[in-house]
Ligand binder design. Structure first.
Ligand code: WT7
Length: 635
């Protein structure tokens, strides 16, 4: 009963107990089914959370693309692997079969080889949601190159720092991208980024918008002619189980973004398995995850999860509001989507619009709805359940992280009774723990603490690129022998988990992870700014929005201040990207600091939330008066 479809709660508990009693046999049985292994593993698991070192399926040999593509060719070569739904609904959707995907991936892989990319090299991919994007990922994996996808909404500075951090020598991009009725000059952003990336020798450019762009001789190459010349056959590079598959950057509470490294065999087994079970995948399902492949959700549940299962996955280039707020529902009707996986922020935005947008579409193909990226509030959950699922579709509120590779806590449809705002129960093989402030594990139910995982799972990130010490420090040092997620959670009287939000200085805005420190660093670069502190505050669509408290070197008149607000957001856009812009900027004389100079963010958070009744002890502050002043002037 390894690659199981759990049928009811009792069966879930049986499987769960077995998975905890003997995790190695549990994950071994799953790996034994359905995959092509070029060589079997010597040992299922070796680990030490102190070092930390984690190895799954040691010494196994494989290529993940053989499992994503080649394995399905014999019986399912004509089946649609990817449905590309363009930004503009009047542009024809494309159906890419497994056979065609094979040919395209092989051609792309050969192009990379011809450009001198070899096993272990890092390839930066900065592309919009067009077929070249999943093809590029798989082409890298085909030849053993490590893909590092950077979300194409990030700024040139954010892009260049990621390119340099992992020494990418090649960047794959496009002439431009579409986003609703806007066209974005992606190539221009890459050009600017690469100015400060001496290691980049080649930029491959896909054509999408036909925008006229500058091509730099010897560096920039149009992708299509190279693909046309390349062979559609490329032998997969045989990889070791623990060879890196990809790097994906995620924000930390301090310092530069962390390049999370995911490896091959464990990630493959874990993602294939979680996709199959959380979405109860059946042959002929049409799966749609609305994330961008620039985030881990897209890596795992647009590309790898569906393809490993031989499923049909939708690649959506557009946005929920274009040409109108009915777009998601139109696409569901058009392609007869069976599982729909999106973020609470999108649900909240759509719930604000007229119900006519969803009522005008036939959503009866839907079987399962998913939510990911941030806590889903009760109101949004009900709106989703009532109007989209028509109370017929279980909602899977899936909790996980870039670091975890795939879903860890989630209901299993038809088995786990769902309750709004609860991610419910850990998937089999996943062992959560809640810790108190003294570092003790909270036993029993009805407890609230910091969410940790106390046993390895195959999909977990193995290190931070180039900085194993930081990996250890961030995830394995707060609680000895536990992986610490950075989230808080409660376990209710029945053992269900509810994620309460971050307990560190990471703020989730519209489902995107933003660290406060990098935003503050950006603001502080403005010549008029002396110091700044960022906190999150509740926002009815974005979940959280950003509130900045900024000390100016000289306080100007209000007109000057308004300009400064614009300039500050401009700087943030340039350093990080528009998603990190501040909703509110309050100029202040001082910040609440302890005598040792640490900003008391707790107080600022309460002020931003407009909850100033109980600020706690402020007597240890260097200048207690400043708090009153900030409250008085708060926005
Ligand atoms: C953080 C991870 C999961 C992939 C996309 C985001 C928050 C994620 C949930 C959920 C409550 C959630 C957590 C987590 N989060 N899913 N179902 N309920 N919170 O990946 O960018 O690495 O962010 O997103 O705070 O730590 P990420």
């Amino acid at each position: 009963m390894s690659n199981y479809h759990i049928k009811n709660l009792e069966e879930y508990f049986q499987v769960y107990r077995k998975s905890v009693r003997d995790p190695e046999s549990f994950w071994e049985e799953i790996a034994e089914e359905n995959f092509i292994w070029r060589k079997r593993w010597e040992k299922v698991l070796e680990y030490d959370f102190k070092k930390p070192e984690i190895s799954w399926y040691k010494d196994a040999k494989l290529n993940i693309t053989e499992n994503c593509i080649d394995r399905h060719l014999y019986a399912h070569g004509d089946k649609t692997a990817i449905i590309f739904e363009p930004n503009d609904p009047s542009e024809m959707a494309q159906h890419i079969s497994y056979q065609e995907l094979h040919d395209r991936v092989c051609r792309f892989a050969n192009v990379l080889l011809n450009q001198g990319v070899t096993k272990g090299d890092r390839v930066c991919i900065y592309l919009p949601m067009i077929p070249e994007l999943p093809v590029a990922l798989l082409a890298c994996a085909r030849i053993g190159a490590i893909h590092s996808v950077v979300f194409a909404g990030f700024s040139s500075q954010a892009l260049s720092s990621r390119i340099n951090d992992s020494d990418c020598k090649i960047v794959v991009t496009s002439d431009g991208s579409y986003r609703g009725n806007k066209t974005i000059d992606l190539k221009g952003i890459v050009d600017e980024a690469v100015l400060s990336c001496p290691g980049v020798k080649t930029v491959l450019v896909a054509k999408r918008t036909n925008t006229e762009i500058a091509m730099i001789e010897n560096r920039d190459k149009w992708l299509q002619p190279l693909l046309d010349q390349a062979s559609n056959n490329c032998e997969p590079e045989i990889m070791d189980a623990e060879d890196p598959l990809f790097i994906l950057y995620t924000s930390g509470s301090t310092g530069k973004p962390k390049g999370m490294v995911h490896t091959t065999a464990g990630y493959m087994v874990f993602i294939a398995h979680t996709f199959k079970n959380v979405f109860q995948y059946r042959e002929n399902d049409i799966f749609w995850c609305t994330a961008d492949i620039g985030w881990v959700t897209g890596h795992s549940y647009i590309v790898y999860g569906p393809l490993l299962n031989g499923a049909t996955t939708i690649l959506f280039e557009g946005i929920p509001s274009y040409p109108d707020f009915g777009r998601f529902w139109e696409v569901i009707e058009k392609h007869k989507v069976t599982q729909f996986y999106t973020a609470p922020t999108a649900i909240r935005a759509l719930a604000k619009e007229s119900l006519e947008f969803s009522e005008g579409h036939d959503l009866s193909s839907l079987k399962i709805l998913g939510s990911v990226g941030e806590p889903i509030n009760e109101e949004a959950w009900h709106w989703y359940n009532d109007n989209i699922g028509k109370k017929q579709c279980p909602i899977v509120d899936t909790w996980w992280q870039t670091e975890t590779g795939g879903i860890l806590i989630s209901p299993i449809p038809y088995s786990t009774p769902t309750i709004p705002t609860y991610a419910t129960l850990p998937l089999p093989g996943v062992q959560p723990a809640l810790m108190d402030d003294e570092g003790r594990e909270l036993k029993g139910n009805q407890v609230n603490g910091r969410l940790c995982i106390k046993f390895p799972w195959p999909g977990m990130a193995r290190t931070i690129w180039g900085n194993h010490e930081r990996y250890k420090e961030t995830y394995f040092s707060t609680f000895e022998n536990y992986y610490f997620s950075g989230d808080g959670a409660l376990r209710d009287s029945t053992g269900y988990y509810r994620i309460t939000g971050r307990v560190d200085d990471v703020i989730i805005v519209s489902g995107h992870n933003l660290g406060t420190a990098p935003i503050e660093d950006a603001i502080n670069e403005h010549p008029a700014v002396a110091e700044s502190a960022i906190v999150g505050f509740p926002h009815d669509v974005k979940g959280n929005a950003l509130y900045g408290f900024v000390i100016l070197k000289e306080t100007g008149e209000s007109r000057v201040q308004d300009n400064l607000r614009k300039e500050i957001n401009q700087i943030i856009s340039e350093h990080i990207g528009p998603i990190a812009k501040l909703d509110k900027i309050q100029f202040t004389r001082g910040l609440p600091k302890t005598r040792s100079g640490k900003i008391m963010r707790r107080i600022l958070r309460k002020i931003a939330e407009k909850d100033t009744s109980n600020l706690g002890d402020t007597s240890t502050l260097l200048d207690p008066d400043v708090v009153e002043e900030i409250i008085k002037n708060s926005l």
